[in-house]
Ligand binder design. Sequence first.
Ligand SMILES: *Cc1c(COP(=O)(O)O)cnc(C)c1O
Length: 396
Amino acid sequence: MTPTPSPAAVPHSPAAAVPLLDVTRTNAAIRDEVLQLWAQIYDQGGFIGGPHVKNLEAELARVCESRHAIACASGSDALVLALMATGIEPGDEVICPAFTFFATASAVWRLGATPVFADIDPQTFNMDPAHVRSLINNHTKAILPVHLFGLSCDMAAFQEICATEDLWLIEDCAQSIGARYQGQAVGSIGDVGCFSFYPSKNLGGFGDGGFMTTNDDQVAAQLRIFANHGMTETYRHEYVGLNSRLDSLQAAALWVKCRQLDELAEQRRANVVLYQKLFADCQLDSVFGLPTEPSDCFHVWNQYTIRIPDGRRDEIKAALAERKIGASVYYPIPLSRQRCFADLGYPDGSLPHTEQACREVLSLPVFPGLTHSEQDRVVASLHDAWHSQSRLRAAG
Ligand SMILES: *Cc1c(COP(=O)(O)O)cnc(C)c1O
């Protein structure tokens, strides 16, 4: 049994916690509409594929300004399927960042190909085209840039490299639905775009899900075949594919949620403008490295990620936790340094900008529905943490 805390242990006026993410606030607005659709599906049967998935795919193609959108079971599967559909095989090399979620590189590994890690541009956290260029050899088959935290990569550079070297360009758009590069929607620029409906993403579902975009009819056909057991006609298998489908319940809810997408992105952008002001007001804008939006990009801020200098990231994070402020480190360990990739041979120091980012970054709450006073508390807590610990250090 959990002992009941004594009243004395309860603070008098506890400041409410500020969560890193609260999906219930924006999901509340569509609750009745979604539950109504779910009740219909419940009563009618038909839980896989069907009209709800078709409708969602049409809407996603429109949102992502692509000829085709193909639903699948997760963002991780979308990456595997994109690599399968472009014919990536054992022995091939695919260049990707090490400062990203695990799935970017594990998809390459799954197919028996080799992930080759490029360093990042410290300003944008995105893969550095100059370093990518230096890694290309005869085995290189594809470049897999990640539009991290909601910001597009320098796609003109990657398009140019892929055109001259005859490589596939596959975009990991899991964190960046709605983001733009020189006016173009991410996922419509390369050969395939891979997206996720994981609940923490900008179009978050009610469970797992994902999709792929492409403007190439042949690649689209391959993606559909590989997502359905490599089956070309009923019970005829030309390839060994995956079972990777989106169910009707997810599709129906996501279709409703698509309508909110622009508004949700605007709310994230407004939250970032407010952070910028609050940090400037207390002169923390010159202490922390604050993220910025390049002039040719439309940032959708899946994460608002700052840098904490002087090796103090972990103490500041702990101080925020004490004040019940949600903050998290995306990502603490470069993929090049993960145990499962030890055989790839990236010693400490091989990707200096990636490694420094892993030591310095901290992501703060930026989700739609976050209130002004919650943002005030986040910045005030950071201010207190930074200065009180500075005092302690000076005293010690
Ligand atoms: C979330 C994410 C994925 C994987 O998506 P899932 O739907 O969780 O499988 C892939 N790449 C990046 C960059 C992600 O953030």
